[in-house]
Design a protein. Structure first.
Length: 406
């Protein structure tokens, strides 16, 4: 096998969302169309949602501050009704949409629903959407999921958010800008407040970034390939109201990550599992525990966390608050990665998720996903190794086709 060069660079096609002058659901959808997603196909696919009112997406180009920008407007001849989260998720689940589109759209609505539930102190299944439950917002969110599929599900990064001021009138009454849901959704992100009396970032726009995107690390080198501009229906007087979206490649000779380590000898062993889960939920790439003997012969544990550089503060906060440690050692290390992705394959025991990794010589590694195999083995009453063998065989066939296409 050919050895991989340490200086070999990788290029990843991504979409960078720049919300410094505006971000909403219709802006994001318009930007994806400008990058190549077919609006008529989006319209056709979204229309398969059961119970959704008839609609049409009008895609056009307008001038904003002298810039040629794309605009997508959802036209609905009938009065649009509001819906609760449960009914929207039911529509998505019962639709003939592709499984990955369903997953993306469901995630966006769940992200928004969880925030609304916290704000209004109601259970998730009781969350009611007014503006977001209307047909135009459903088309914006589900349409974005469809469009991302058309573009090959590129990784989405966003730059820091700019938030406006003033007030906005919604079904709940007059609320301050940024709207409570928007502010909740950008927690932990880099934001800049402005005195512009507009809702620069809407809850739907913020939810789409929370569900599909991540903040662009300042350490990443970016090569822009295509730039498009999108705008919404509002025509601001002293603000551009423009969303910029950049199709780019991220090149990196070696990815730099942070290695956080701490040794602990006075913590309840039952709590290590919770600590690991919390770190993974916050974005840790790896978390592992190593048993060791510390001073005075006391048994201890070395907690090691691998994370992106922009996750440093989140990891430290969890380590200090959820463990008994008083100090954490931090180092910057380089990490080489194989290109990887997941697919769902059909087997005699149901659909199984399979992980693929592309080796430098062009061959594929195929590894069935443990949880998926476990569920199938229990459901079908067969040994898990039987499911593994079936998934490997099916995954190898599909992986071979994927390799030939690349």
């Amino acid at each position: 096998m050919r050895a991989r060069s340490k200086n070999r660079t990788k290029e990843h096609g991504v979409i960078i969302v720049d919300p410094s002058s505006g971000l909403s659901g219709d802006m994001f959808l318009a930007g994806l169309c400008a990058l190549g997603a077919n609006v008529r196909e989006i319209e056709r696919v979204v229309a398969t949602l059961p119970g959704l009112e008839p609609f049409r997406i009008v895609l056009g180009r307008v001038k904003r501050s002298g810039i040629d920008a794309w605009r997508a407007r959802v036209k609905c001849p009938k009065a649009s009704k509001s819906r609760n989260l449960k009914s929207i998720l039911t529509m998505i689940r019962r639709s003939p949409l592709d499984a990955r589109i369903k997953k993306h759209a469901t995630k966006a609505f769940l992200v928004l629903g969880e925030v609304e539930g916290r704000i209004h102190r109601v259970p998730l299944d009781k969350v009611h959407f007014h503006e977001v439950g209307a047909v135009d917002s459903i088309v914006d969110i589900v349409g974005a999921a469809v469009a991302l599929g058309m573009l090959g599900y590129p990784r989405i990064y966003h730059r820091p958010f700019k938030l406006g001021s003033g007030t906005i009138q919604i079904a709940h009454g007059e609320l301050p800008v940024p709207a409570p849901a928007t502010l909740e959704l950008v927690k932990g992100k880099t934001v800049r407040f402005s005195n512009e009396p507009y809702e620069i970032v809407t809850p739907t726009g913020a939810a789409l970034m929370a569900a599909f995107g991540e903040e662009l690390p300042t350490s990443r080198a970016v090569q822009p390939h295509a730039v498009v501009y999108a705008t919404g229906t509002r025509e601001p007087v002293d603000s551009a109201g423009i969303l910029r979206m950049i199709k780019a490649y991220i090149s990196e000779a070696a990815r730099e990550v942070l290695l956080l380590r701490t040794t602990i000898d006075d913590m309840n062993p039952e709590q290590y599992g919770y600590l690991q889960e919390h770190l993974f939920e916050a974005g840790a790439l790896e978390v592992y525990l190593t048993q060791l003997i510390m001073k005075k012969g006391r048994p201890g544990v070395l907690v090691t966390v691998l994370c992106e550089q922009d996750a440093r503060e989140r990891m430290l906060e969890i380590l200090f608050s959820e463990s008994t440690t008083l100090g954490v050692r931090i180092a910057v290390e380089q990490r080489e990665e194989l290109e990887r992705w997941t697919e769902t394959v059909a087997t005699s025991y149901g659909d199984i998720t399979v992980k693929y990794a592309l080796l430098p010589n062009g061959t594929l590694k195929v590894a069935p996903e443990y949880e998926s195999c476990t569920r199938a083995a229990r459901r079908e009453g067969v040994p898990i190794e039987t499911v593994y063998r079936s998934a490997r065989a099916a995954g190898g066939m599909i992986g071979g086709n994927q390799k030939r296409k690349r």
